[in-house]
Design a protein around this ligand. Structure first.
Ligand SMILES: Cc1cc2nc3c(=O)[nH]c(=O)nc-3n(C[C@H](O)[C@H](O)[C@H](O)COP(=O)(O)O)c2cc1C
Length: 208
C-alpha cells in the first residue's frame, strides 16, 4: 500500500468530496441526440457517456443512466440523429439537457432549428455543422459484474447518413479543430474545447 495512492473500491464509496470517475475519464465527446416519440414529439438531449465503436458499418452509442426520453423514443421508433456540439452551441446544448417532460420539444426550449433529415424521420440540429442519421442497432441493459441488472442502457445505432458542413473539409480532410468541438470534463460544470495547438501526431509502430 503506497501512501501516495488513494485507493478505493467504488462499491464501498470513494472517500472524496466528489466522485472522481467523470473527471478521470475525461474529456468525453458529447452525443447530442435528437429523437422523436411515437406520437411525433421532438426531443434533444446531450449524453457524454458517448463514443464511436466501429468503422464499417459505423456504430455509435450512448448510455442512458436511468430510463430517459431519448431511450424511450429510440426504443419506439428505432431512429435517432447525433449532432456535433461545438463551442458556439455550448449554451443551447446545455439548455437541451433540462429535465423537461416528454412532450416538451428541447429544440424549441434551446432556440434551435430542426431541419429534416434525408433518411430517418428525426430532424437534425440545423445550427450544428455535422450530423449522423442513425438507425438503432442494439439496446443493451447494463449489468454489474455479478450479473445484476443496472438502471442504465447502452443505446447503439448504425450511422446511415452523414452531413458535414463543407467549410470543415480542408482538401477533403475533416478538420476536427476547425469545428471547435466541446468535450465534457468532471464535476457539474467543466467542459474543454479543442483548438489546433492542442494537436500532436504519432504514427502506429510497425512490429517487430
Ligand atoms: C454535457 C452533458 C452530458 C450528459 N451526459 C449524460 C449521459 O451520458 N447519460 C445520461 O443519462 N445523462 C446525461 N446527461 C443528462 C441528460 O442530458 C439529461 O438527463 C436530459 O434531461 C435527458 O433528456 P431526455 O430525457 O430528453 O433524453 C448529460 C447532460 C449534459 C449537460
Amino acid at each position: 500500500m503506497s501512501p501516495d495512492i488513494h485507493f478505493y473500491e467504488p462499491a464501498q464509496g470513494h472517500g472524496l468530496p466528489h466522485d472522481p470517475l467523470n473527471a478521470i475519464v475525461a474529456p468525453r465527446p458529447i452525443g447530442w441526440i435528437a429523437s422523436r416519440a411515437a406520437d411525433g414529439a421532438l426531443n434533444l438531449a446531450p449524453y457524454s457517456f458517448f463514443n464511436a465503436f466501429n468503422y464499417r458499418p459505423p456504430i455509435i452509442g450512448f448510455s442512458s443512466v436511468g430510463r430517459k426520453d431519448s431511450l424511450n423514443n429510440i426504443e419506439q421508433t428505432g431512429e435517432f440523429v447525433w449532432n456535433l456540439a461545438t463551442r458556439d452551441l455550448a449554451e443551447p446544448m446545455n439548455r437541451s439537457s433540462a429535465a423537461a417532460p416528454a412532450e416538451i420539444d428541447e429544440f424549441a426550449l434551446a432556440g434551435l432549428t430542426p431541419v429534416a433529415s434525408r433518411i430517418v424521420g428525426v430532424p437534425r440540429v440545423a445550427e450544428s455543422p455535422v450530423a449522423f442519421e442513425c438507425r438503432r442497432s442494439q439496446i443493451i441493459r447494463l449489468q454489474s459484474a455479478a450479473g445484476a441488472d443496472i438502471d442504465a442502457w447502452l443505446v447503439l445505432g448504425e450511422v446511415v447518413g452523414v452531413h458535414i458542413d463543407r467549410a470543415l473539409l480542408k482538401d477533403g480532410i475533416f478538420d476536427t479543430a476547425a469545428a471547435r468541438p466541446i468535450l465534457r470534463g468532471g464535476g457539474p460544470t467543466a467542459y474543454f474545447e479543442i483548438s489546433p495547438e492542442l494537436a500532436f501526431h504519432l504514427r502506429r509502430p510497425d512490429y517487430p
